[in-house]
Design a protein around this ligand. Structure first.
Ligand code: PMP
Length: 304
């Protein structure tokens, strides 16, 4: 990733890609206290557009607030930086990664006198769980790792350190031959995927876990809006593993994962064992909206 052409926005300036470096004593590298976002720009008939940019920037600032980290830039500037990295790298679609992290001024857990740095990079990144996964659905394993308890790592913050848990779960699931992990909370209720929110369909209604141990996903909120427009009821509630096993359909949502059907969980086929009709309809709507084919949602697109 580090060895390529292009520009990365770092602390207010565009820096050549290979020179956007930090010191080995960077505080966040040691303790994982930092916040980040995952954002996407899509190719649209009117040029590249970033999907729900303001919402992502707002969540970045909320994440920092939860961690008690002061971002030394205005949200407008961080949004503009995201537009600039897409524009100046001449990308027509991209994954965009803003991150705020502590510098190397001191070590220790008191985190005193530390500068907060911000970076934004962007690069082309296709479907996270594969094109085939988007069409046929993926195979998922309930993880032996629990998702964070709210008094361990606050899940409303998209914080660097909380992804160690995600990585352990993914590694375990893929080592067992699955595509992705589904994590339960510490009480045993369904929480989310390693980097996605989860939905199930039962008798024509959508269900998704509440946000106790799951990220307040922007794609999740997008699905709520689509479901409302389609007249599909949505309920946030505690979901058990066996409810997932007997669901008619299940899918993951996320900026990287987009809307990915789940065709199997722990060796059990979900519904017909392929992409279900409600999932397909929501997925189609998602791609229509992010790719600028539905004028009704144009307010969610920031054109580059
Ligand atoms: N949960 C986790 C743990 C994630 O990392 C993500 C991806 N940011 C999501 C859910 C989905 O969030 P969003 O739809 O905002 O990308």
């Amino acid at each position: 990733m580090a060895d390529r052409d292009g520009l990365i926005w770092l602390d207010g300036e565009m820096v050549p890609w290979r020179e956007a470096k930090v010191h080995v004593l960077t505080h966040t590298l040691h303790y994982g206290m930092g916040v980040f976002e995952g954002v996407r720009a899509y190719r649209t008939p009117r040029g590249p557009a970033i999907f729900r940019l303001e919402d992502h920037t707002r969540r970045l600032f909320n994440s920092a607030k939860i961690l008690g980290m002061e971002i030394p830039f205005d949200p407008e500037l961080i949004s503009q930086a995201q537009i600039e990295v897409v524009r100046q790298n001449k990308l027509d679609s991209a994954y965009i990664r803003p991150m705020c992290f502590y510098g190397s001024e001191s070590m220790g857990l008191h985190a005193q006198n530390l500068k907060v740095h911000c970076m934004v990079a962007a690069w082309p990144w296709g479907s996270y769980l594969g094109q085939e996964g988007l069409e046929r659905g993926i195979r998922v394993k309930v993880s032996s790792f629990s998702r964070h308890h709210i008094n361990v790592t606050m899940c409303r913050a998209k914080s660097n350190g909380s992804y160690m848990n995600s990585m352990l779960a993914v590694k375990d699931a893929t080592a067992c031959g699955y595509d992705e992990a589904l994590l339960l909370d510490t009480e045993g209720y369904v929480a989310e995927g390693s980097g996605e929110n989860v939905f199930i369909v039962h008798d024509g209604a959508l269900y998704t876990p509440d946000l106790t141990s799951a990220l307040d996903g922007i794609t999740r909120r997008t699905i709520f809006a689509f479901a409302e427009s389609f007249g599909i009821p949505v309920r946030e509630k505690r979901i058990t593993r066996d409810e997932v096993y007997i669901a008619d359909e299940a899918f993951f949502t996320g900026t990287a994962a987009e809307v990915t059907p789940i065709r199997e969980v722990d060796g059990r086929a979900i519904g017909s064992g392929s992409r279900g009709p409600i999932t397909e309809r929501l997925q189609q709507q998602y791609f229509d909206v992010v790719q600028g084919r539905d004028a009704g949602y144009d307010h969610w697109l920031s054109y580059v």
